[in-house]
Design a protein around this ligand. Structure first.
Ligand code: PHB
Length: 361
């Protein structure tokens, strides 16, 4: 029986352990060019002992940006900067996937090209906040994306996937979670379209499946992971029948040979009720591939989940912010550094690259 510390093959890589670094928005890219800053090399290489690093959410296009200082993967200088990061991680024996992101309506006109409105499946504003140059701000009213806009966006995913390949990543994770563009297409609170991308779940899943098609035209299926969060209400999300709609989606996903399904199992906006836990359980049982579980796992729950076969691996977020050597600390049951939430988003090295590894703390 595998444990949290057993190897796991994902795509072309054998991971040393099943302690995965979750994608974490840290807002330390250049806010004008979306280019990763050199300090990000140090940050990621410090965490290279993770079984797999999944990068922070990275916009596939200027329109895909929704927060200040998040990185991009849509121009040559991005590829060049990310290449240094993948090299730094590989030099230490680590494995790293890039998370491909389009925020859809979770953006602000001041972050969009030409100050335009953000694009979304339907013109429905989110009751949600983002972070702009001046600080926190309500997200802007989006415009309904046209069919041409959809085609262009799918092609942006393909270009970004190719850029990630050129930058030396081991694979990519499609961000289909947390109320961003793909999730906005899937769930019916945010998708009220009357064309072939809206209405039935078959239609609402079409955008996701087209993105998977574009990304797997560049990468092998088993180098492409997907993150979902069916019960998450974060970013003002809801669906009228989560279980049946996402059961359809999982059935479709089982038709590919994807690297993994990465599930945000809880509602980041608040408590999750037992029915929602049961929905996640049911979807997890339906999924036939590698399953990475996420959200608020501690050592005991993570070890038990892998040992009982409930998950193949566990993705840790906050614990990886404050513990660069998290796999070793968990394996040795060593003390954990406390994370400081005031330095999560933006700033410099403080709270970013200055959390000490075990030997020195
Ligand atoms: C955030 O910046 O708050 C954020 C980004 C990506 C996520 C979740 C939250 O998936």
């Amino acid at each position: 029986m595998p444990t949290l510390y057993s190897p796991l093959t994902i795509g072309t890589r054998e991971l040393d352990n099943r302690v995965i670094m979750a994608p974490l928005t840290r807002n330390r890219a250049n806010h004008e060019t979306d280019t990763p800053e050199p300090i990000m090399q140090e940050y990621y290489s410090q965490r290279a002992s993770a079984g797999l690093i999944i990068t922070e959410a990275t916009q596939i296009s200027p329109e895909g940006k929704g927060y200040i200082a998040t990185p991009g993967i849509y121009k040559p200088e991005h590829v060049e900067a990310w290449s240094k990061i993948t090299k730094a991680v590989h030099d230490k024996g680590g494995a790293i996937f890039m998370q491909l992101w389009h925020v859809g309506r979770i953006s602000h006109t001041s972050l969009q090209p030409g100050g335009q409105a953000p694009l979304a499946p339907s013109a429905i504003a989110a009751n949600a906040q983002t972070f702009i140059v001046d600080g926190p701000a309500d997200t802007s009213m989006p415009t309904e994306i046209t069919l041409d806009g959809i085609a262009r966006t799918i092609s942006d995913y393909k270009t970004a996937a190719q850029n990630a390949k050129d930058a030396g990543f081991d694979g990519v994770e499609i961000h289909g979670a947390n109320g961003y563009l793909i999730d906005q297409f899937m769930r019916d609170k945010t998708n009220q379209r009357t064309d072939e991308y809206g209405g039935s779940i078959e239609n609402r899943a079409k955008f996701l499946l087209e993105v998977i098609g574009a990304v797997t035209s560049v990468w092998q299926d088993n180098q492409v992971g997907l993150r979902l969060s069916p019960t998450n209400q974060f970013n003002d999300m809801a669906d009228s029948d989560t279980l049946s709609h996402f059961s359809y989606i999982i059935d479709k996903l089982n038709g590919y040979n994807l690297a993994y399904l990465h599930m945000v199992e809880k509602n980041m906006s608040g408590e999750q009720n037992p029915e929602e836990d049961a929905i996640i359980q049911s979807l997890r049982n339906k999924w036939q591939g590698i399953y990475i579980a996420n959200l608020d796992y501690d050592r005991a729950r993570a070890e038990a989940a892998v040992e009982k076969g409930e998950a193949d691996a566990i993705a840790f977020g906050k614990l990886f912010i404050s513990n660069p050597d998290l796999p070793e600390r968990l394996a040795r049951n060593a003390p954990l550094n406390e994370a400081d939430p005031t330095t999560f988003y933006g700033g410099g090295r403080e709270g970013y690259t200055d959390y000490p590894p075990l030997e020195t703390s």
